[in-house]
Every structure is written in C-alpha cells, then in structure tokens.
Write a protein that binds this ligand. Structure first.
Ligand SMILES: NC(=O)c1ccc[n+]([C@@H]2O[C@H](COP(=O)([O-])OP(=O)(O)OC[C@H]3O[C@@H](n4cnc5c(N)ncnc54)[C@H](O)[C@@H]3O)[C@@H](O)[C@H]2O)c1
Length: 393
C-alpha cells in the first residue's frame, strides 16, 4: 500500500516532535505533524520556530518550500502515514506518580486508525512496562517499536545526527523497520530489548539529576564552611580526567530530569532512596539560597531581581523552572521581586538593564551566556550559584 506521508508525528508541534519532523523532512520524507494544540500551527507554517531550537528554522523553511511539512489535529489522518511516532508528554501527577493511564488513553484514541502494515514507534520517555501495555492494547499484529529520544532540549537538530539511536521492538519486523527509519537521521543504531531501552532512558536522566544533586550538596557543604565551592571544584577537575564533566552547582530543573527520576523512583515503589535524596537536594536549592542571603541581608521590602527565568541556559522554556520557586519564596519573605529573561517573552518581565538598575540584590536564575559579560555595579549584591564569573574566563 502507498501512503501519503512517510512519517506522522503525534505531538508534532512539541519540543521533541517538531525538530524530529523537520529532520525527517530534511531527508526528503513527507511529514505529518499531528498535534491536538494548533496554537503554533500558523507560525510553523510561516517557517518560524515556536521555541528555541538551534539550527531548526533554516531546515524548516527549506522543508516547507519542498512541501514536506503538513500540520493537522485530526487523529484519523494517521491512516495515511507509513510510520507513526508518538512524541507526546509523559508527565507525573502532583503526588509524583507517572500518569500512565493518560498515556495509554492517548494510544487507545489513535489505535482505531492504526493497521498492521504501519510501524508504530514510541519515542516519549515512559514508565518501564508501559510499552508492553501498549503492545497488549494494540495487539500482536501491530509492529510496535520503542526508540527513546536522548537529545538535550534546544539542541535536537545539532545532536540527533551525532547520537546513536537506541532501537527496540516487539517483533523482528518492527525492530528492523525502526532501525531503517532512524538510520536516515541518526549516526548509528544500537539494538536492544524494550525493557532495557526503557530503563536506559530513565537511568540516563536520573544519573544526570543525581550528578546535579551531588554538586549541589557539595556547594551547600562548602558554603556552610565558608569556602568558595567553585575554587574547590576547580581543584577537583584541573588535569584530573576522572572528574571531567562534573557539573557546577545550580538549579536542576525542567520538564524531564525530575519527572524521569520520579518515574524510576515509582518503579521501585518509592524505595529508590537515591532518587528521592536527589530530589530533596535539588528542589531545596532555592530555599538554601534564601537562607544564605538572609544571613547577610534583610529580605523584607528588599528589591530583588532574578536574572533568568528559563529552566536552563540559553533556551526559552520555563517549564518546571526553579526560578519560579525562588520568586515565590522571596515574595513570601516580603521581598519586592522583579524578573528578567532574554529569551522568555513575558510582558511582566523587564530588561536586564532595568533589572540591574532596580535591584539591591540580583540572583542569577538561569546562566544564559549573555549574563557572562554583564556589569554589576559594586553597590549591588550578586548571588550567582552557577559561578558565571568562572565561565567567563
Ligand atoms: N524536552 C526534551 O528535551 C526531551 C528530551 C528527551 C525526551 N523527552 C520526552 O519526550 C516527550 C515529549 O516531551 P516534549 O518536551 O516534546 O513535550 P511537549 O509538551 O513540548 O510536546 C508534546 C506535544 O504533544 C502534544 N499532545 C499532547 N497530547 C496529544 C494528543 N492526544 N494528540 C496529539 N498531540 C498531543 C502537545 O500539544 C505538545 O505539542 C516526553 O516524554 C519527554 O519526557 C523530552
């Protein structure tokens, strides 16, 4: 059977779905981006990215010129696609449990339009065991594969072609078809079982989250001893390869790390003490910072500015950013808080110059490169847990 689209991406306007769709279109695949939220459709169809994704816009424009990108919200359209890739979100709830039913409900909604000639790929980061349930739901005749996404947000276009793609599936055919498809956009393919692939994805994010927790814990110990943590970190790392890649202290946040660490924690029925300790440490950072400031300054009525509201450097995504927790805690202390972010479009935010001018105390919330060369007048107090100063050198 001939299909109108080579690839349909469900969640096609999201942070993972859209760059992947653009890359497939760059390899001359006819791509359908399916999303139940079309607020960014017009923008994308004009060749503009709705969020920061470095290197994506020129490829998007090229793909649109070739008429290889199509956008819809109609689930039945997936009937016309040979390969269907699920890139929807996999959130946890307010009690830190994965919303597995929500994910299965979406699959169920689309299953009516799936046939055994198609290849179904799950790309979201899932609670281990979910793919097996999807397999049960779709039936053994459907080719089902799990191929986790491993890029860091904002750099999908740069990274996808450089990273090996993990491919797993429930049949030889599904594995072989998924491998062939991802060969188009990946550096190489690593084949494995579905459970190993599910775990490898969660272990990777949990490992990063634990590393951030370790460095944050060391930061707190150093500060409590009156020592400069970055000096100690430099000592640890200088010409010492075993410590290479050891992260600086900072806010470990965003939509993936905590969420995936909690998915893994849930798998051990919450007896994953390392994951929970990491969460306690990382989520405590804003409060720790406030305690640090309070040792020297009154926060009641103090004019405080937060520079950087995104969840990490050089992107515009504020999802689960700890800058917001910091803002809330500061306001609770009676501080008069203003915010600024070079990348985030919010009419309430002021420019970095206005923020510096306004604030008595300035806190770096996200270490955007642009803040590295910022001049802070000597009568202002700067709190920079990331040590941007060091990055400057
Ligand atoms: N963001 C990252 O850097 C990253 C990296 C690796 C893996 N992941 C994983 O990829 C998945 C997607 O993450 P994301 O950051 O792209 O999320 P996102 O919220 O940016 O994108 C999800 C998209 O799915 C759409 N959607 C939701 N329900 C839908 C439905 N029923 N039908 C059609 N569209 C629907 C949403 O409107 C949204 O556009 C998650 O499992 C995440 O953990 C994300």
């Amino acid at each position: 059977m001939r299909y109108k689209y080579d690839v349909a991406i469900i969640g096609g306007l999201g942070h993972i779905g859209l760059p992947l769709g653009i890359l497939f279109a760059d390899k001359l695949k006819n791509v359908l981006l399916l999303d139940n939220n079309l607020k960014d459709k017009d923008k994308v169809m004009k060749g503009q990215m709705p969020f920061i994704e470095y290197g994506a816009e020129s490829l998007l424009k090229k793909a649109l010129k070739r008429n290889l990108i199509h956008i819809t919200s109609l689930p039945e359209e997936i009937k016309n696609a040979k390969n269907i890739i699920f890139c929807i979100g996999t959130p946890i709830d307010e009690y830190l449990n994965p919303k597995t039913n929500q994910f299965l409900d979406v699959i169920s909604e689309y299953s009516k339009f799936i046939n055994k000639d198609q290849l179904i790929i799950i790309r979201s980061s899932v609670f281990p065991g979910i793919c097996k349930q999807v397999n049960k739901l779709l039936g053994p005749d459907i080719n089902l594969s799990f191929c986790p996404e491993r890029i860091v947000q904002g750099y999908a276009i740069k990274e996808l072609s450089k990273l090996p793609q993990i491919v797993s599936g429930f049949s030889e055919e599904a594995i072989s078809l998924a491998g062939k498809l991802f060969q188009e956009v990946s550096k190489s393919i690593i084949y494995t079982s579905v459970t190993k692939a599910e775990l490898a994805k969660l272990y990777s994010n949990t490992w990063r989250y634990i590393q951030f927790a370790a460095t944050n814990q060391f930061y707190m110990i150093s500060n409590d001893m009156g020592e400069n943590y970055e000096d100690i970190r430099d000592l640890m790392m200088e010409n010492y390869p075993r410590m290479s890649g050891f992260p600086s202290a900072g806010f470990a946040a965003g939509p993936c790390l905590l969420k995936d660490t909690m998915q893994l924690s849930n798998l051990s029925r919450n007896a994953n003490f390392l994951a929970q300790a990491a969460m306690n440490i990382n989520e405590r950072m804003p409060e720790y910072l406030i305690q640090l400031i309070k040792k020297k300054h009154f926060l009641e009525k103090a004019k405080v500015g937060i520079l950087g509201m995104a969840f990490k450097a050089n992107i515009d995504d504020i999802r689960d950013s700890l800058s917001f927790k910091l803002k809330k805690l500061l306001s609770f202390e009676g501080a008069e808080v203003k915010c600024s972010d070079e990348f985030v479009n919010d009419p309430k935010y002021i420019s970095k110059e206005e923020l510096i001018d306004y604030s008595e105390i300035i806190i770096i919330g996200a270490p955007h490169d642009i803040y590295q060369n910022i001049e802070i007048p000597t009568d202002k107090i700067l709190y920079d847990i990331w040590s941007l100063d060091k990055l400057k050198k």
